[in-house]
Design a protein around this ligand. Structure first.
Ligand code: ATP
Length: 353
């Protein structure tokens, strides 16, 4: 549904100094595909290029090189008029809602239809069910200033859906909202995805958003797409250091400070490994830790543990010290991996025994 091929974006730097760089490369050769009906999240640190990426999809920003297709149509080669038509298939919502303050809720949602030249009666037939869909039918005559943040975002969602798009782009759509309102907006987006089959691409810095509605996630760093995976896989075993940092920040699953300070990177003659274990599916309910003691002769000291539900998957996460002679702890790690656990050795601590 959304396809980016070798997309790069270079911004000129206004007032660039004589000796300094004259340009910023915000996106570097991005290739990715979001199939129809998928909810896809893009995460990255501030300045990584997330906004530029999402704005390149409806050509609010024109890529410097590369091509963008939506619903099988390449947008980058279209005339201005054809692009305006194509944009009807791409709705967008923003962090600060971007509603017109001097228009009522109804008139805000009606605006894109007026711009398309739709007749008044037809507009009414389209807008009223949309306001019902977002739960704001009784607010039709009110103005944005009379609404809460969550209600404003609902109006923005209704407006984005007015032209019956195939794709909804969400630019940090919940970042200005409190956690409870965020949950209700995410539930609405999930509902729209299911009932209308809408493809949703969202950018966010909140892992909670990714966890609760995305099926796939892409990580961008310094303009590059560095990791892309199913959300369940990302939460189990991110492939990049940055991915691990995002996950650890979110899960707050780090070894206790006192132990962390004692962690050494290389194993020694008298050290124990400290591991981060991630397990999903059958292994969540299998008593692997007690079997480890029985079958490998290794004691396990659990330092932290939690169970997360990532959509339909249950994910267990644990930080543990494996206590035993080096040959035995290596055997224990092999044993865990052979039972589909993801094992990351965080470091080694001196044995106290
Ligand atoms: N119009 C512009 N002119 C020049 N540089 C820009 C422009 N827009 C973005 N940039 C630069 O491009 C890079 C990527 O910016 P972008 O806004 O896409 O990042 P982001 O990941 O969305 O950041 P944030 O999460 O802080 O919004 C940054 O270095 C930024 O300074």
């Amino acid at each position: 549904m959304i396809r980016l091929h070798n997309v790069s974006k270079v911004y000129p730097l206004k007032g660039g100094r004589d000796n300094g760089p004259q340009t910023v490369q915000a996106l570097k050769n991005i290739n990715f595909h979001v199939p129809a009906g998928q909810v896809h999240g893009v995460i990255g640190l501030s300045g990584a290029g997330k906004s530029t990426l999402i704005r390149c999809i409806n050509l609010l920003e024109r890529p410097t090189t590369g091509s963008v297709s939506v619903d099988g149509q390449e947008l980058t080669g279209l005339s201005r008029q054809a692009l305006n038509q194509a944009r009807h298939r791409i709705g967008m919502i923003f962090q600060h809602f971007n509603l017109l303050t001097n228009r009522t809720v109804f008139a805000n949602v009606a605006l894109p239809l007026e711009l398309m030249g739709m007749k008044r009666a037809e507009i009414g037939e389209r807008v009223t069910p949309l306001l019902e869909l977002v739960g704001l039918a009784e607010k039709a005559a009110e103005y944005p200033a009379q609404l809460s943040g969550g209600q404003k975002q609902r109006v923005a969602i209704a407006r984005a859906l007015a032209s019956r798009p195939k794709v909804l782009l969400c630019d940090e759509a919940t970042s200005a909202l409190d956690p409870q309102t965020t949950s209700s907006i995410l539930a609405l987006l999930r509902d729209i995805n299911h009932t209308l089959g809408l493809t949703i691409l969202l950018i966010t810095h909140e892992m909670e958003v990714v966890k609760s509605i995305c099926q796939r996630v892409s990580l961008i760093s310094d303009g590059e797409l560095v990791e892309e995976s199913d959300v369940g896989d990302f939460f189990t075993a991110p492939r990049t250091q940055l991915g691990r940092e995002f996950l650890n920040d979110f899960l707050q699953l780090e070894p206790p400070r006192a132990l962390f300070d004692r962690l050494e990177t290389a194993p020694g003659k008298h050290t124990h490994p400290v591991v981060r274990l991630a397990f999903s599916g059958d292994s969540v309910s299998t008593p692997l830790i007690s079997r480890l003691a029985r079958e490998c002769g290794v004691d396990v000291s659990i330092l932290q543990a939690k169970v997360e539900s990532i959509q339909e998957r249950t994910l267990g996460l644990m930080i543990a010290e494996l206590m035993g002679p080096p040959a035995k702890t290596r055997e224990a790690i092999d044993y865990l991996e052979s039972h589909d656990l993801h094992v990351e050795v965080l470091g080694h601590v001196q044995r106290n025994d």
